[in-house]
Design a protein around this ligand. Structure first.
Ligand code: GCW
Length: 686
C-alpha cells in the first residue's frame, strides 16, 4: 500500500509542469471556446479579446459582449460585470472587467451583476531602479528597464517582450502607473537619450493602461542645465523646467508626472534655498498642469535634529496644509520611521484637510527578509489600511482617508515600491510574487482582506488546471485540504512570525546597518548619526527598554487624534504590539499575560522561530502538489529563514540580556549561537 501511494505521488509530481515562476499568477489555465463580441477596436480591446480567448473557463461557445458606454454608476476605470459580459466607460475598464471575469472563473467565484470601481485613481509601482541597471533595495536581479554598458539605451525586442509581460501582469491586478527610476534620482534621467528610452517603454505599457512617471533630481537645472541655482522661485529655473517638461510631453503625450524625494537623506531640495516643500512642489505642479500631469512629493523627510525622527514629517508638512496646488499629492510611507516589520500608521494620515495624501508601501522586502524570507505583506497592509485615524470621528480609516471617502481629494493614489527584477521569476522568492499581486489587488480595492488575496493568489499560481476544469474551476477536496488551506495559513501567519523573531512588542529599527537584513541592536559607532543607529530606537539600559513617546518623552503621541493619543500614551490601553514603540519600561514590567516584560520578549523571539519551523513542516508536506522547481527553492529558502530566525533570536536576546541581567525562561530553547560570533560576523559584512 505504502509503495503504491509513494509511486502515485511520484507520478503526480512528475506530471506537474516544470515552472520557473515566470508566468506568475497568469500561468496556463484550461479553457473552453468563446465568442467575443465588441463593436469597438483598439489596442486595449484587442488585449481584452485575446485574454478571453486564452483564459475563458465559462460555458463552451458562450458569447461575451464588451460594451464601451458610460454609465453613472461606473467611475474612472471601473466596470459593470454581468452574465453576458462587461460594460465600461473606457477601453481600460473593459480590460479590467475581463481580468476580473477570468479571475472569478479561475478561482471559482460566481459571476453576478455588479459594478466594480477602483478605490484609487492612480495605482502605482515605484521602481527604485538606477540608470546603470542596479536596483536600490532590489533583491531579484538587475532592472528590467535600465542596463549597464555602452549602447545601454538602445531598445531590443527581448526587452520589449519583457516589458509587455510586465505590463500584462500589472494590468491583470489593476496597476496603472509606473515610476521608472529610483527616487534617489540621477540628473541624467532627464537627458534626451534617456527620455527616448522612456518613450519606447511607454509605448509598450500604454495599451495595458500603464502610464509612465519619472523621479527627478531637484538640482537637475544646475547639473545638466548649466544654471547657477535650482531655486524653485528663480525665473530661469522655472523656465528650464517648463522647457524640459514640454520636451517630455512631446515624446510621451500621456506622461503621468513626477515623483520627488527632496531634502531627504542628502538629496537636494527647495530648503537649500530657504524655500518650503510647497514652493518646490508647486513649481513642478504648475509646469505639468497644462498637460494633466501630477506631482507626487514625498514626505519621507527627517534630519539629524533633536526632534524624535518619528515626529519630523508631520512637523514639516502639517503647517503646509492648504499651500499645495491641487495636482500635488503628498506621498507618505505607511509608518513614520521606515517600512519596519511593524509600525503604527504615520500620523500624517488623517492630519491634512486640504491636501491630497497617498500611501507609499514597500513591496520589496528591505526590512522583511528580502528575497529569502517568506513574508506575505498583505496582512501588514490590511492592518495599516484598516487603522482608524479618527480624522472625522470613528471609522476614518487610513483607507477611507486616502481614497476620498472621508474628505474629498482632488487626486487619489497609492504606491508600492516594486520588488521586480530581471530574475526569471521576477521577484526572487516564489512567494514574493504574492506581494506584488497583493499590492495591485489592494490598490484596486482597499477593503479586500489578506485572506481573500492569499486564497486567490494560491489558486491562480499553484493550481494545475486540467481539461476537466473547463466550465468551472473545480478544486478537489484533497488539494484544498492538503495544499490551499495549509499554505494559506502559513502565508497569513508569516508576517507576525517575522515580527516575532525580528522585533516584537513595538521594537523597531534594530537592524544591522545599511543592508537591513540581520540583527544589529549593538551597532553604534561614534562617527554615525544617532538616528541611524539601533540604540536610538530601542534605548535598552539596565533600567529597561523602549522609546518613550508619551508626554514624559518625545510626545509623539500628541500627533494622533483623540482618542488614539491618550490610548497610546496610557499603559492600560496601549496595544501591546506597540508597547515599546511608545513606552520605555522596566524589565520586570508586568504584561497582561502575567509574564515580566523580559520573559515576554524571550517568548516572542522563541515563538517566531518556532513559527518558521512549522512553515518548514507545512511546506514539506506539499511536495506532491507542487512542481519540483518551486518546491525545492521554497524549501531551501525556508531553511535559510530558519537559520536567520535563530540568529535574530540569539543575537537580540543575548544582547539585551546584558542589560536585563535576567535568565532566559527555563522552558525555552537555549541559544545556539554566541553573541560574540554573531557580532563579529555582522561587523565583517560591513
Ligand atoms: O528605506 C530607506 C532605504 C533607502 C531609500 C529610502 C527612501 C531610496 O533604506 O534605500 O532610498 O528609504 O525611501 O527614500
Amino acid at each position: 500500500m505504502k509503495v503504491l501511494l509513494c509511486s502515485m505521488i511520484l507520478i503526480q509530481s512528475v506530471l506537474l509542469q516544470a515552472e520557473d515562476g515566470h508566468n506568475l499568477w497568469l500561468g496556463a489555465k484550461s479553457t473552453s471556446p468563446v465568442k467575443v463580441i465588441c463593436s469597438k477596436k483598439s489596442a486595449t480591446i484587442d488585449i481584452a479579446r485575446e485574454e478571453l480567448l486564452k483564459g475563458w473557463m465559462g460555458k463552451a461557445e458562450a458569447s461575451v459582449v464588451l460594451t464601451v458606454k458610460p454609465d453613472k454608476s461606473i467611475k474612472g476605470d471601473g466596470f459593470k460585470l454581468s452574465l453576458t459580459g462587461v460594460q465600461a466607460s473606457n477601453d481600460l475598464g473593459i480590460l479590467y472587467g475581463v481580468y476580473e471575469l477570468l479571475r472569478r472563473q479561475q478561482t471559482g467565484v460566481s459571476i453576478k451583476e455588479e459594478t466594480i470601481n477602483p478605490s484609487y485613481e492612480r495605482r502605482m509601482l515605484d521602481h527604485w531602479d538606477n540608470l546603470n541597471g542596479t536596483i536600490e533595495r532590489g533583491y531579484a536581479g538587475y532592472s528590467i528597464f535600465w542596463r549597464h554598458g555602452i549602447d545601454s539605451l538602445s531598445v531590443n525586442d527581448k526587452e520589449r517582450t519583457l516589458w509587455r509581460e510586465y505590463a500584462r501582469a500589472n494590468a491583470s491586478v489593476g496597476i496603472n502607473g509606473a515610476v521608472l527610476n529610483n527616487v534617489n534620482a540621477s540628473q541624467l534621467m532627464l537627458t534626451t537619450e534617456c527620455l527616448e528610452r522612456v518613450k519606447a517603454i511607454a509605448e509598450v505599457l500604454r495599451p495595458y493602461g500603464i502610464k509612465t512617471y519619472l523621479s527627478i533630481k531637484f538640482s537637475s537645472p544646475m547639473l545638466i542645465g548649466g544654471l547657477k541655482t535650482a531655486d524653485p522661485l528663480d525665473p530661469e529655473v522655472i523656465k528650464w523646467w517648463k522647457k524640459k517638461i514640454e520636451e517630455i510631453y512631446k515624446l510621451i503625450p500621456d506622461f503621468g508626472g513626477f515623483l520627488v524625494k527632496a531634502n531627504s537623506e542628502g538629496q537636494p531640495g527647495p530648503q537649500d534655498y530657504g524655500r518650503t516643500h510647497a514652493d518646490g512642489a508647486n513649481m513642478f505642479a504648475d509646469a505639468v498642469k497644462p498637460f494633466g500631469g501630477i506631482v507626487m512629493w514625498r514626505a519621507f523627510v527627517y534630519t539629524a535634529s533633536d526632534e524624535d525622527r518619528a515626529k519630523q514629517a508631520y512637523s514639516e508638512f502639517v503647517p503646509l496644509d492648504g499651500k499645495f496646488r491641487d495636482n500635488v499629492i503628498i506621498q507618505v510611507k505607511n509608518g513614520p520611521i521606515d517600512f519596519q516589520p511593524r509600525e503604527p500608521f504615520s500620523p500624517l494620515f488623517g492630519a491634512m484637510k486640504k491636501t491630497s495624501v497617498m500611501p507609499e508601501l514597500q513591496i520589496t522586502q528591505e526590512y522583511l527578509g528580502q528575497s529569502i524570507h517568506l513574508v506575505f505583506l498583505a496582512s501588514m497592509w490590511e492592518e495599516f489600511l484598516q487603522s482608524d485615524t479618527y480624522q472625522e470621528g470613528p471609522g476614518s480609516t487610513v483607507a477611507r482617508c486616502t481614497d476620498g471617502s472621508v474628505l474629498p481629494q482632488k487626486h487619489t493614489a497609492i504606491a508600492g515600491v516594486s520588488n521586480i527584477g530581471h530574475d526569471a521569476n521576477w521577484c526572487g522568492h516564489p512567494f514574493a510574487q504574492a506581494n506584488w499581486y497583493a499590492f495591485g489587488r489592494l490598490a484596486w480595492n482597499n477593503k479586500l482582506t489578506s485572506e481573500q488575496i492569499a486564497d486567490e493568489w494560491i489558486k491562480l499560481t499553484f493550481y494545475q488546471y486540467s481539461s476537466g476544469n473547463a466550465g468551472h474551476a473545480d478544486f478537489s477536496k484533497d488539494w484544498v485540504e492538503n495544499f490551499l488551506n495549509p499554505v494559506k495559513k502559513m502565508m497569513l501567519g508569516s508576517r507576525e512570525a517575522a515580527v516575532n523573531y525580528m522585533m516584537p512588542l513595538g521594537l523597531h529599527h534594530i537592524f544591522s546597518a545599511n543592508e537591513h537584513y540581520g540583527p544589529g541592536p549593538w551597532w553604534a559607532p561614534a562617527r554615525v548619526r544617532k538616528d541611524w543607529t539601533p540604540p536610538y530606537y530601542h534605548k535598552a539600559d539596565t533600567l529597561g527598554i523602549g522609546f518613550d513617546r508619551t508626554l514624559t518623552g518625545s510626545n509623539y503621541v500628541s500627533q494622533y487624534h483623540a482618542p488614539l493619543n491618550s490610548q497610546f500614551a496610557d499603559l492600560e490601553t496601549c496595544p501591546e504590539i506597540y508597547l515599546l514603540w511608545f513606552h520605555h519600561l522596566p524589565w520586570d514590567y508586568k504584561m497582561k499575560n502575567g509574564r515580566t516584560l523580559w520573559d515576554d520578549i524571550c517568548y516572542h523571539y522563541e515563538i517566531g522561530l518556532q513559527q518558521v519551523r512549522e512553515f518548514q513542516k507545512t511546506w514539506d508536506k506539499t511536495e506532491p502538489y507542487v512542481d519540483k522547481e518551486r518546491f525545492t527553492i521554497v524549501q531551501s529558502k525556508l531553511r535559510t529563514q530558519c537559520i536567520n530566525a535563530q540568529v535574530w533570536k540569539d543575537g537580540c536576546l543575548l544582547y539585551f540580556q546584558q542589560f536585563s541581567m535576567k535568565p532566559i525562561p527555563s522552558d525555552l530553547e537555549r541559544p545556539v549561537n554566541n553573541l560574540k560570533d554573531i557580532m563579529e560576523s555582522d561587523m565583517k559584512r560591513r
